[in-house]
Design a binder for this molecule. Sequence first.
Ligand code: MF3
Ligand code: CO
Ligand code: CO
Length: 272
Amino acid sequence: MSREIIEIKSDRDIEKMRVSCQMAAETLVLVGERLRAGMTTEEINTLVHKDTVRRGAVPSPLNYHGFPKSVCTSINEVVCHGIPGPRRLLPGDIINVDVTTYYNGFHGDTSATFYVGAVSPQARLVTEVARRSLDLAIAVVRDGARIGDIGEVIQGYAEGEGCSVVRDFAGHGIGRRFHCAPQVAHYRLKKGEENPRLRAGMVFTIEPMINLGTWEVEVDPVDKWTARTRDRKLSAQFEHTLLVTQQGCEVLTRRSVPLANSETVDLLASVL
Ligand code: MF3
Ligand code: CO
Ligand code: CO
């Protein structure tokens, strides 16, 4: 993956990326609106599957390297790649829902962590650090910056808040393929590691997974997908798909409304 050429998208491809990314963003907004204590992750899967198909699109996760469902649902100590099933959401849970939509030849990928009812201060901390670490990373993306600037800002911020950064999973180039170059580490690169310059027209995800305890994860030996923190402490994640531009970047999966059950609307800002 790492020595592959990083594609520069044409204007035509970028327009198609905008469409699939906006579909993924809208489906994620719908998940936030419907999320309730008592619902199962299977019900989230059905919601995402139906909403994706209704758009004439395909849920990218379904059958991807054998993944059995249409969305990833990762609760509490699950870092990523949680498989929807009979587990019911309980008040106090945090859950990442990761939506990827394939439409007209292109994938769009976005995720968010939601609060189920009132959550512990710890759950709020890890979720807000994950949210902020993505926002800080987005702010350093521009033509001429380096891929390593992303991990630098995420690790610096998250560890300063007493959290850790998962190393086993990375952001990724995206387009006609779900995962391609570049690999986007969310931690500081070692000397000598490949650290390409970002160029306008590159499209990739940033998707930091932030843990309350150890950064180490283990993959479920039975289902071969579910990744959990080794110490079973909480983990949270947010993801956007970005287009690098001369001045900065375009967040292709940007939402036009705040996410219910995750983003708090600033009351004062909404009045002004
Ligand atoms: N959407 C995930 C990502 O952000 C990948 C999920 S792969 C799957 O890269 F097979 F689990 F769906
Ligand atoms: Co991704
Ligand atoms: Co994703």
